[in-house]
Design a protein around this ligand. Structure first.
Ligand code: SAM
Length: 229
């Protein structure tokens, strides 16, 4: 059994839940993820626990356990649960991840999932209001292993580097070299790459040594652009 990290107030908050947030509704989402090919039992266990309805706009709460992405304001989206599960599964290939960076906090949902699986998570968001909302919600849910930061994450987050793994949840045209530099040797980065309005590919980048990295292509995806850089 993997170690249990953050989110120790989840159950307390969830008592306030209404019908749509019931464990059965969440279990159905997990069944759907398994049907679509997600097999990592730690990822499924954590996603069964994280209350996604608290990360979406109240008007969307009744649909929050559908396998769909939703707007979260500022032209941004909370990712589809299948993509969250898939990217998390791709990052969780090592036994235990001590220090991880997420670029693109958004609603904080992906951070909450990672926060239940890795020892320390740093997450960077460029939109002030999204950063504040996610920071406050993650704190309320009891995550003490997640550090939220405001800034342009295409430069990574130097202060806490190097990272065992990096997950980027917005798409650059090309892999930002600052992010590769902040990966430990042997570390992995999951990142959607490709121009807007063209095909983006989910890529797994492995840093082989100081100067060399390799790239594996996975499925096609649609992400909002990574701005700045
Ligand atoms: N991980 C998020 C979640 O679980 O809700 C979904 C992320 S949303 C698809 C992409 C996010 O990346 C947006 O919140 C956007 O503002 C943010 N973003 C875009 N460019 C960024 C940058 N250079 N640095 C940090 N965040 C960025």
């Amino acid at each position: 059994m993997a170690p249990k990290w953050g989110g120790d107030k989840i159950n307390e908050l969830d008592i306030q839940g209404v019908g749509m947030t019931s464990q059965r509704t969440r279990d159905r989402l997990i069944d759907r993820l398994q049907d679509k090919g997600i097999v990592n039992s730690d990822v499924l266990r954590v996603m069964r626990l994280v209350p996604r309805h608290l990360f979406v706009d109240e008007a969307m709460a009744s649909r929050s356990y559908e396998d769909a992405s939703f707007p979260i304001g500022h032209g941004q989206t909370i990712s589809q649960p299948f993509i969250v599960a898939r990217m998390t599964e791709l990052i969780m290939q090592s036994e235990s991840l001590e220090n991880v960076l997420e670029v693109g906090t958004g609603s904080g949902y992906q951070a909450a999932v990672l926060g239940g699986l890795v020892k320390n998570l740093h997450t960077v968001e460029v939109v002030t209001e999204l950063h504040r909302n996610a920071r406050d919600l993650l704190y309320k849910l009891g995550y003490r292993n997640i550090r939220t930061h405001l800034g342009d994450g295409s430069w990574g987050w130097e202060e806490a580097a190097p990272y065992d793994a990096i997950m980027v949840t917005a798409a650059p045209d090309e892999i930002p070299s600052a992010l590769i530099q902040q990966l430990k040797i042997g570390g992995r980065m999951i990142i959607p790459v490709g121009a807007q309005n063209s095909e983006q590919k989910l890529q797994v980048v492995t840093r082989n040594n100081e100067t060399n990295y390799s790239v594996e292509n996975h499925e096609s995806v649609i992400f909002v652009p990574l701005v700045g850089g």
